[in-house]
Ligand binder design. Structure first.
Ligand SMILES: N[C@@H](CCC(=O)N[C@@H](CS)C(=O)NCC(=O)O)C(=O)O
Length: 210
């Protein structure tokens, strides 16, 4: 049995969506570093960073990092279409997954926790980091949209891991509104991904008021 640590509105939505696409089940443990809970105590024992998503595999090994989890699921379940079987397309999908994790997701971590990156920031510093950080994040998304074409999905002829991670990480820090204005076709693609019958129920649980 797989165990997935996560909480509503977080990056664990991406892994829940990927599990749904692959037809896999997991024990879900509600846990997040920002809300004390028995689940958080359990999460800290398997992932000292206490970040979500964290997935514990059937053999007890711990997988962190959204891109790594998605790549693992895609490789383990080739019939899911999470990753392309054709090497050149798959290489671009892995590139896109790492792009989102390394650039966009990491940037959001700085926006959410400026005090981890700047010693005792006062309100002015926090505001300056937030304003410039959001603008930088939106630039990073636009560069992503320009470089990763949908044919008709980011993962090729089937909706896959890259679609799922793009749809998840773009939910935060105003990225969707910025993309709707600057890259409307890409924003429409994100809407199509969310509307997929395997993804829509996951989104309804994580973002019920949209
Ligand atoms: N590098 C990780 C980042 C995961 C991450 O930042 N998750 C957020 C929730 S969406 C988190 O747990 N933040 C809490 C913290 O950093 O204390 C990944 O790609 O999965």
């Amino acid at each position: 049995m797989l165990t997935l640590y996560g909480t509503q509105g977080s990056g664990s939505a991406a892994i829940e969506a990927a599990l749904a696409v692959a037809g896999l089940e997991a024990r879900l443990v509600d846990a997040a570093s920002w809300q004390p809970s028995p689940g958080l105590d359990e999460l800290k024992r398997v992932n000292p960073l206490a970040q979500i998503p964290t997935l514990v595999l059937a053999d007890g090994s711990v997988l962190t990092e959204s891109a790594a989890i998605l790549i693992h699921l895609g490789l383990e379940h080739p019939q899911s279409g999470l990753l392309a079987s054709e090497p050149s397309g798959r290489a671009q999908q892995i590139r896109g997954l790492v792009y989102i994790a390394a650039n966009c997701y990491a940037g959001i971590g700085i926006l959410d926790y400026p005090e981890r990156w700047y010693p005792a920031p006062d309100d002015a510093v926090k505001e300056a980091m937030r304003t410039r950080g959001r603008a930088r994040l939106h630039e990073l998304w636009q560069l992503f949209a320009d470089q990763f074409p949908a044919r008709p999905w980011l993962a090729g002829d089937r909706l896959g891991a890259l679609d799922i991670l793009a749809a998840t990480v773009s939910m935060w820090s105003g990225a969707r509104a910025a993309l709707a204005a600057a890259r409307p076709q890409f924003a429409q693609l994100l809407a199509r991904i969310e509307a997929d019958p395997r993804i829509a129920p996951v989104w309804a649980r994580h973002w019920p008021r949209r």
